[in-house]
Design a protein around this ligand. Structure first.
Ligand code: GLC
Length: 423
């Protein structure tokens, strides 16, 4: 399976290289064709494998503007590295449309890698409000929201029901159940994504935000992480690992490894994005029919999720910018947005879909998800977001592995972030 995937990727890369050769001539007559022609779309790993079919729909009806999918690795950081390497090649870059993590818009815009887009071309009013902000930098629209995301707590409904315990709303309820109930069933208690990569930044930020803290303030200009709330949030996760109700394996988990652990029936609780809930509930999963999902807990009641998702941006050096914008219009249109949910198991950005009775029947978690997205907190907007995130990951990892106390970790993180903002 993995091998087939690798072979597929090789063919795609080959296709991109060939497309590049064939179309370099077309670039010359961009004016004549009104900026229209073939495209490449680069994206992080398509975990639910739906995007190829969606793009085929476009290719069938747009034979002169065919799009070739370039699927990069599953991990947000590896995708970031490959995209930025490509974008730094300037006119030689090969990605025309980029499906970028919401966290990267500021960095890509500030670096001049992606173009400002005309707002009137896109139905921004029909999107959930917080997602439009993630596509905006310095007052301009630099990308168009495509998929949104909010963390949920997945839990073993069968086990909590048997124990007569309600799904946790607070950290102490979660901790208690993870400590006392999970071992009775031979399960580990709780996991999130704790490998040092973007997912750890997300999990750490959620812990800090849920306790009422922040990492950076004033659009990334002020360091605010040295607070009692941040110590409490990081301390909570560190305690879980020290006491064993978060298993040590979770220090190596990204989204997929953690989903697999839950789906194999090894965990009582898991923090993950909604796609993991869909996958765990699908026929063939060990925990199908035994899984529930609720908002993330916090110290005294529901916590705060980080706003996830991705935006579609156009490379400054895109070969055919008009086609790039037309493709983005297609991907953010009503029909494809519905498929994003029904085939991709990803949260769409169009608000009306969350009220659609047929969809709500098929995806009963939609109202919970909408509430979580509307209440989710964005990651700091910073032209140096990648370095901010690397600092968070490195320091928090040291706290989670017990190499540093939460108190000293939070102080060190504040110093590292301050050094970054003065550079
Ligand atoms: C998901 C989210 C994205 C986040 C990433 C972290 O893909 O949609 O925003 O940065 O996970 O691993």
């Amino acid at each position: 399976m993995r091998w087939r995937h690798a072979a597929g990727r090789f063919l795609l890369v080959l296709a991109v290289v060939l497309t590049g050769c064939v179309t370099s001539g077309a670039q010359a007559d961009e004016g004549a064709s009104g900026g229209r022609g073939p495209l490449t779309l680069a994206t992080a790993g398509d975990l639910t494998g739906y995007l190829g079919a969606v793009l085929e729909g476009w290719n069938r009806t747009h034979p002169d503007e065919r799009v070739t999918l370039v699927e990069l690795p599953d991990s947000a950081d590896e995708t970031h590295a490959q995209m930025t390497t490509d974008l730094r090649a300037g006119e030689r870059s090969r990605f025309d449309v980029l499906n970028i993590d919401v966290a990267w818009t500021s960095q890509f815009a500030a670096a001049g890698w992606i173009r400002p887009l005309p707002r009137e071309r896109f139905p921004l009013d029909s999107f959930l409000p917080p997602v439009v902000d993630t596509a905006t930098y310095d007052g301009h629209l630099y990308a168009v929201p495509y998929v949104t995301n909010a963390g949920l707590l997945l839990y073993r409904k069968d086990i909590l029901e048997k124990e007569g315990v309600a799904p946790p709303r607070t950290w102490s309820e979660l901790e208690q159940a993870a400590k006392t109930i999970a071992p009775k069933y031979g399960l580990d208690g709780y996991a999130g994504q704790f490998l040092p990569y973007e997912g750890l930044t997300v999990n750490a930020a959620e812990a800090v935000y849920s306790a009422g803290g922040t990492i950076l303030g004033d659009e990334g200009e002020r360091v605010t992480v040295n607070s009692a709330a941040a110590r409490e949030g990081i301390g909570y996760l560190a305690r879980g690992l020290r006491e064993g109700w978060i298993p040590e394996e979770a220090l190596n988990y990204k989204e997929e490894e953690s989903r697999q652990a839950f789906q194999d029936g090894r965990l009582l609780f898991l923090r993950n994005w909604p796609y993991a809930y869909v996958s765990a509930s699908a026929p063939g999963s060990e925990v199908a029919g035994k899984t529930g999902a609720v908002p993330l807990p916090g110290p005294e009641g529901p916590g705060t999720s980080v706003l996830g998702g991705s935006n579609l941006a156009v490379n400054t050096h895109a070969r055919h910018p008009e086609s790039a914008m037309r493709l983005i219009g297609y991907l953010t249109g009503e029909r494809v947005q519905r498929e994003v949910l029904t085939r991709g198991a990803l949260p769409p950005v169009r608000a009306a879909l969350y009220d659609d009775p047929t969809l709500v029947r098929e995806f009963p978690y939609l109202p919970t998800l909408r509430a979580s997205v509307l209440a989710a907190a964005p990651r700091p907007k910073s032209p140096r977001y990648d370095q901010v995130s690397l600092a968070v990951q490195a320091v928090v990892h040291d706290a989670l592995t017990g190499h540093e106390t939460p108190e000293s970790a939070v102080r060190r993180l504040a110093r590292e972030l301050a050094a970054l903002s003065h550079r």
